[in-house]
Write a protein that binds this ligand. Structure first.
Ligand code: SF4
Length: 414
């Protein structure tokens, strides 16, 4: 790919320029406590899907992982080099234009968009095998239909975007491996030199799927493991089996070695809450013993953090987004009236709805439908513009934005 090779020369220089600006926006997979109730802009946090108490797993994106040393979960040289190898001149230039649009919009309070998504989150399916009590997939609580992303629709969409697109976050809601075409779609995106990442509960990583995962070219595999003993693990992962997670991880490590592959970068993601905080050292040991590349500790979002009725806020301060006050807890971060996510990283549901970000799990804010319009039409359309405009006016007026961790530190290195 000629453009790809030429692009390498420019990449380093361009990245030095853009590095500081990129990196503020991890993607979000919000996990909450009670069934969906729907919600409208301005309705307030309790009207969103889920409930008063939330665990939020934020998935690191390219720029948060690469350049921002306050929000990044960790830095791995080989993974970073792999990521940079996907950067073409066109993709870097697109990134600069997107970043420029973002800052101009932020300063003028008037939204402009000169580029196309640098990354996207694509939903393989809304189905899930587990019953996690704070997740809409686990609760079967969506108001939108449950279904599987179709291969043809996926490839058509990727064909529209891949020249500018660097990073595919190949998960949103649901368990990706339940989609029978999932790994074929990963292969397709890999063939377009897009960095691909997914997150799984690791219950389907049998020997065959583990081998196919390596062969698909997947670049990053995030395995959710929120406990190192079955009793702690199943407190949140209802219906899950820790032994399957460990077996699946071992299969991946085995095939990665056997096929002499540098990818995927394998990560254990551990969402730290009070019930599992005593297992932080144990999960590090477990990862080392199995051969997992890294462990990322994610701070939890608790909706009713003032009262913390379910005692989820960890006692270890560095793993908490909240600080103790005389009357309870307060949020450590700030809610600024801007959102980098809206400029570079949309969500596409399995059936083609375009949503602003991973916080909008039920796609309540529908910015377009790819079954009706092209992505580029939607990206520059009135709905998207209006949403960006609303953010710049006041983030607290939009339900999903009024309690989101955009711009807040959510990862902790051990
Ligand atoms: S500020 Fe709003 S649009 Fe941006 S990430 Fe948060 S919830 Fe999503």
């Amino acid at each position: 790919m000629r453009n790809f090779e030429q692009g390498r020369v420019w990449n380093r220089a361009c990245l030095r320029i853009v590095a500081k600006g990129f990196g503020r926006a991890p993607s979000l997979k919000l996990l909450r406590k009670r069934p969906a109730t729907g919600g409208q802009a301005g309705a307030g946090k309790k009207d969103q899907i889920g409930g008063d108490i939330a665990l939020c797993t934020v998935s690191p994106h390219f720029f948060s992982g690469m350049f921002n040393f306050t929000t990044m979960p960790g830095f791995n040289r080989s993974d970073s080099i792999n990521l940079l190898s996907k950067l073409t001149f066109r993709r870097a230039w697109n990134g600069i234009r997107v970043l420029g649009s973002y800052y101009v919009s932020k300063w003028t309070k008037s939204p402009v968009q000169w580029g196309y998504p640098v990354s996207i989150s694509f939903e393989p399916t809304t189905s899930c095998n587990l019953r996690c009590p704070e997740c809409p997939s686990g609760l079967r609580a969506f108001t939108r239909p449950t279904g599987m992303l179709q291969r043809d629709f996926f490839t058509e969409t990727i064909d529209q975007l891949y020249k500018d697109l660097l990073y595919l976050v190949f998960y949103f809601q649901g368990e990706p491996y339940l989609n029978p075409d999932f790994l074929d779609m990963v292969s397709y995106a890999s063939g377009k030199k897009i960095y691909t990442a997914t997150s799984t509960n690791a219950h389907y990583l049998n020997d065959n799927n583990a081998r196919r995962t390596i062969e698909s070219g997947l670049d990053r595999l995030i395995i959710s493991i929120d406990g190192t003993t079955q009793d702690v693990y199943q407190q949140y992962r209802v219906g899950g089996r820790l032994d399957k997670v460990l077996e699946g991880t071992r299969n991946i490590v085995k095939w990665k070695k056997q096929l002499k592959s540098r990818t995927p970068f394998i990560v254990f993601q551990f969402l730290v809450v009070k019930p599992n905080e005593h297992q932080i050292e144990d999960v590090k040991k477990l990862a080392k013993e199995i051969g997992v590349d890294d462990v990322w500790f994610k701070t939890a979002q608790v909706y009713d953090y003032e009262n913390d009725p379910n005692h989820l806020i960890p006692t270890i301060d560095k793993y908490s987004r909240y600080r103790k006050t005389e009357n309870g807890h307060e949020f450590k971060g700030k809610l600024a009236n801007h959102c980098w996510r809206l400029w570079h990283d949309p969500v596409i549901t399995w059936d083609g709805l375009v949503a602003p970000c991973c916080f909008d799990k039920d796609a309540q804010h529908r910015l377009g439908n790819l079954k009706e319009k092209t992505f580029k039409e939607i990206w520059n359309d009135g709905e998207y513009k209006q949403f960006r405009k609303n953010i710049l006016k006041g983030r607290k007026n939009i339900d999903i934005c009024s309690n989101c961790s955009e711009g807040t530190k959510v990862w902790e290195n051990s």
